[in-house]
Write a protein that binds this ligand. Structure first.
Ligand SMILES: NC(=O)c1ccc[n+]([C@@H]2O[C@H](COP(=O)([O-])OP(=O)(O)OC[C@H]3O[C@@H](n4cnc5c(N)ncnc54)[C@H](O)[C@@H]3O)[C@@H](O)[C@H]2O)c1
Length: 316
């Protein structure tokens, strides 16, 4: 397959590119290197890299030549970054995705994947059970709002043009090469330097953390899915931020203490009490769901090694 990955130089994109190359796909990456390049050197030499911007239709259309499948992962993200740059965040999402959709139609793409987010559930997460795709969403930030807008836009486009499309609602992805815009690498950095681990609020807020190899496996398993679908990519395990911090302290044998501080005002809209996802729909479509326990995923993140999420997992 000829595969285009936008945002392929980023954390999730670079892991996807690595796996695609390993499985002999021909890969093109479109990325403006906003966050540097996380693609390992030996992989970089085997792909076509286009330094460009998804907001620019010329860049998008030249990267789409001869492509069969598109993974559209380019985005501006990270709570502080989005809070500081809400307009750029929206533009990259809305203009970028419109360009991808138009070019996908122009170039006869058969399958389109879009990286959405569990952030769009926001305060819906006070429901007692794990969030499934039927739950009424409640986006409250520019980032989450734009992701939801794109889901609806993609659904409408599917109705009109019929390109198989999957919007992946990622739940807190983590793993090797993630940078410290996100909570796990930030805690690891603090723990490894024996600095205080800063937790916002009382630390009892929960999240569902999904290991990167599971996420990539899910992307692969969904490749032959037809129609339009919104699919949670979740680990179905709820962890408090306090327990996460304690686990990282233990695994790194750190002398760090946990320091509880009030969240800065600009983060208020992101401060959700609870979040746990259901991966039942993913399982129904593919026979697979993420199962790497957080502690195991953290060990792998701290000591990267050969590990395939599919090993020992349920298969189709
Ligand atoms: N990491 C998570 O936990 C998580 C959770 C939910 C959703 N997502 C979504 O998954 C996707 C990948 O996230 P990630 O964690 O790899 O983030 P990342 O920041 O590591 O990667 C995003 C990539 O997009 C590129 N980019 C940004 N603006 C661009 C533009 N205008 N044109 C071209 N490239 C541009 C960046 O340079 C970067 O390489 C994003 O769409 C994100 O919103 C991630």
């Amino acid at each position: 397959m000829n595969v285009l990955v936008t945002g392929g130089a980023g954390f999730i994109g670079s892991h996807l590119v690595e796996r695609l190359v390993r499985e002999n796909h021909k890969v093109t990456v479109l990325d403006n290197l906003l966050r540097g390049n996380k693609i390992p050197n030996h992989i970089f030499s085997q792909i076509t890299f286009i330094e460009g911007d998804v907001r620019n239709y010329h860049d998008v259309s030249r990267s789409m030549l001869g492509i069969d499948i598109v993974y559209h992962f380019a985005a501006v993200l990270g709570v502080d970054v989005v809070a500081d740059f809400p307009v750029e965040t929206m533009d990259v999402e809305v203009i970028g995705t419109r360009n991808i959709i138009n070019a996908a139609h122009e170039f006869g793409i058969t399958q389109l994947f879009y990286a959405s987010t569990s952030g769009i559930y926001s305060h819906s997460a006070i429901v007692k059970t794990a969030l499934n795709e039927e739950v009424l969403v409640d986006p409250r930030t520019s980032y989450a709002m734009a992701k939801r807008y794109n889901e609806i836009y993609l659904a409408s486009h599917f109705e009109e043009k019929g390109i198989n499309t999957i919007a992946l609602r990622f739940f807190n992805v983590y793993g090797e090469r993630q940078d410290n815009r996100m909570v796990i690498p930030r805690f690891i950095e603090q723990a490894e330097t024996n600095a205080a681990i800063t937790v916002f609020g009382n630390g009892l807020q929960t999240r569902d953390f999904t290991y990167i190899d599971d996420v990539i496996e899910a992307c692969f398993r969904l490749q032959n899915t037809t129609g339009f679908h919104i699919v949670n990519i979740a680990n179905e395990q709820e962890w408090t931020i306090k327990d996460l911090a304690e686990c990282i302290i233990e695994l790194t044998e750190s002398k760090s203490n946990i320091c509880y501080v009030d969240a800065p005002k600009k983060r208020y809209d992101y401060e959700v009490e609870r979040r746990i996802g259901s991966a039942e729909k993913l399982y129904a479509l593919t026979g697979f769901k993420p199962t790497t326990p957080l502690k195991k995923g953290l060990e792998l993140t701290l000591t990267p090694q050969e590990y395939t999420a599919a090993n020992g997992h349920n298969s189709i």
